[in-house]
Design a binder for this molecule. Structure first.
Ligand code: ATP
Ligand code: MG
Length: 566
């Protein structure tokens, strides 16, 4: 599990492909595709598939990876989703070049393939109702029964299918089915429906069609038309593979891709089904597909995830045949690794407590040197202003400090990062509430930017900002979306939404950040020293009113898990 991003990956899929190349299969071509249905936004599970398909193409000379929209369900699909998917794939760092396809571009070809099946006696128009079709299908333990329409003649089938296309029949009155085997132990082979009537407007073909091909029929033929060599999909399609092969064999196509299945990504404390994510969006449990708590690419981007961190994560989890749940702490670990390298450090105070430095000259502002990223000297340095009135974090002061609390307390001295030692000499409290509202301190001018010349030590270094120069900001603190590791664990258990974390978002309106952030660009990410990584919100932030999203805290749960484990 220690693969760095420069090492090539290997897994059972890459092994199959390498073997195919060795034996000269597909004339040495490697062609993959990523085939999303545009019925929602992409999530981190899709990122696993995107990384896999595009990387395999890139690793092989002349390899290609198509982006293909599997748009055969006009009722649920929308251009909004098409556009978001293209944006997300690009943002992740992948390029389909001129290889953008839509299953809907093949509607005429697919129709002709269906006609071909009918002519071979391998498909028929069935006029059972959807409910009857379900009943006739049988179960895992009982064989199905033949539809009474199974023996329709080729001529009758051709005629009916043409009239289905012409719009003569209402939705649900007829379907076209493949004629395979109603007693097959594999339910997918029991005369599956391959076309249904749906008088819906398609986002690309408009009202041209009123019959639409089903996924299994469309998918294998789209792969074949595009001359895909390896059709990589998730494990739930394993039982569909016989059908994938059946269509391609019956239709005697020139290109017969190989379907290979891998385990889908499941991530703890979240859900990864578009249906569930859609429900959260539609019921207002989150603010939208790009809510920073969502496991969508759009949400993660807004939260402050970087494409590099997501790619590193996908590489680390690898691909396998066995389903497993990945700890979200690993994803956060990959993010911290990247942000530690590339995020500039700044100081921000989330819950400000006023500090007056009594012996510091009133009206004086002094610029102190601060390093932008100790991990990367090339990121340089900046100046931060110090003045008589400062803010520190409320949590960094305790009037009666317990053991092991080394931060500021009455009579105690601490260091202010990049500035001076200060010592607390007086605590001002609100008369009514008893709450600490202000501290008076003294500073030691000899300690500027470093240690005390007399060698005395302090046990804590605090972050701070100058009250005279700082900027106001809103900070949004995000936590896990769900309280339960696997919110969909029990099939008949409580609804997944009952496990939503009511505290997944806390908004702090009274924060202060250092003045250099005035022109921080939307989307840019900083480390607030001692607190975590924060990203300027792309949607709500402006230079007049800054809004930051907490991307992730500094504490690394994954590092601890690993330490405990080894
Ligand atoms: P969902 O179950 O969320 O609705 P889907 O499989 O229906 O997802 P598609 O748009 O059909 O969504 O998915 C496009 C591709 O992404 C498919 O090849 C699918 O196998 C893959 N994919 C979807 N979810 C995951 C996941 N969790 N892990 C890995 N690959 C995934
Ligand atoms: Mg799907």
């Amino acid at each position: 599990m220690n693969s760095s991003s420069s090492e090539p990956s290997s897994d059972f899929i890459r092994t199959i492909i390498a073997e195919d190349l060795k034996t000269g299969k597909n004339n040495g071509r490697v062609a993959t595709r990523f085939p999303p249905e545009p019925n929602g936004y992409l999530h981190i599970g899709h990122a696993k598939s995107i990384c896999l398909n595009f990387s395999i193409a890139a690793e092989n000379r002349g390899g290609t990876c198509n982006l293909r929209f599997d748009d055969t369900n006009p009722g649920r699909e929308d251009v909004e989703y098409v556009e978001s998917i293209m944006k997300d794939v690009k943002w992740l760092g992948f390029d389909w070049q001129d290889r953008l396809f839509y299953a809907s571009d093949y509607f005429e070809q697919l129709y002709q393939y269906a006609v071909q099946l009918i002519k071979k006696g391998r498909a028929y128009v069935c006029s059972l109702s959807p409910e009857q079709i379900r009943q006739y299908r049988g179960t895992l333990t009982e064989p199905g029964r033949d539809s009474p329409y199974r023996s329709r003649s080729v001529e009758e089938n051709l005629d009916l299918f043409e009239r289905m296309r012409a719009g003569e029949f209402a939705d649900g009155t007829h379907v076209l089915r493949a004629k395979i085997d109603m007693s097959s132990p594999n339910l997918n082979m029991r005369d599956p429906v391959i076309y249904r009537i749906m008088k819906a407007t398609h986002h690309r073909t408009g009202n041209k069609w009123c019959i639409y091909p089903m996924y299994d029929f469309t998918h294998c033929l789209s792969d074949s038309i595009e001359r895909i060599t390896h059709s990589i999909c998730t494990l739930e399609f394993e039982d569909h593979r016989p059908l994938y092969d059946w269509f391609l064999d019956e239709l005697e196509v020139k290109c017969h891709p190989q379907q290979i299945e891998f385990a889908r990504l499941s991530l703890s404390y979240t859900v990864m089904s578009k249906r569930m994510l859609m429900e959260l969006v539609e019921h207002g449990d989150v603010t939208g597909w790009d809510d920073p708590r969502m496991p969508t690419i759009a949400g993660m981007r807004r939260r402050g995830y970087t494409p590099g961190a997501i790619r590193a994560f996908c590489k680390r989890i690898g691909v396998a045949k066995r389903e497993s749940m990945v700890d979200i702490a690993l994803l956060e670990h990959c993010l911290r690794e990247e942000l530690n390298r590339c995020a500039p450090r700044v100081m921000g105070v989330l819950k400000p407590l006023r500090v007056i430095v009594d012996n510091y000259p009133e009206g004086q502002v002094e610029d102190l040197d601060a390093i932008n990223n100790p991990e990367d000297p090339a990121m340089g340095a900046r100046k931060i202003p110090f003045s008589r009135v400062l803010y520190i974090e409320q949590d960094d002061f305790m009037e009666e400090p317990p053991k092991k609390f080394y931060r500021l307390a009455p009579g105690r001295e601490v260091r202010l990062r990049y500035a001076y030692f200060i010592k607390c000499v007086e605590v001002i409290k609100d008369e009514k509430t008893g709450k600490v509202v202000e501290l008076h301190c003294t500073y030691d001018p000899e300690t500027r930017g470093g240690d005390a010349p007399d060698g005395r030590k302090v046990k804590a270094t605090l972050h701070w900002v100058s009250a005279a120069c700082c900027l106001d900001a809103e900070v949004r603190l995000y936590d896990r979306l769900f309280l339960k590791e696997n919110p969909c664990e029990e099939k008949d258990g409580p609804d997944f939404k009952s496990f939503l974390n009511p505290d997944s978002l806390k908004i702090l309106k009274d924060c202060r950040v250092e003045p250099g952030l005035k022109d921080a660009k939307p989307g840019s990410i900083y480390q607030f020293e001692r607190l975590g990584y924060f990203c300027v919100d792309e949607v709500d932030s402006s230079s007049e009113s800054l809004v930051f999203n907490r991307t992730v805290t500094l504490r690394d749960a994954w590092a601890n898990i690993k330490k405990r484990g080894s």
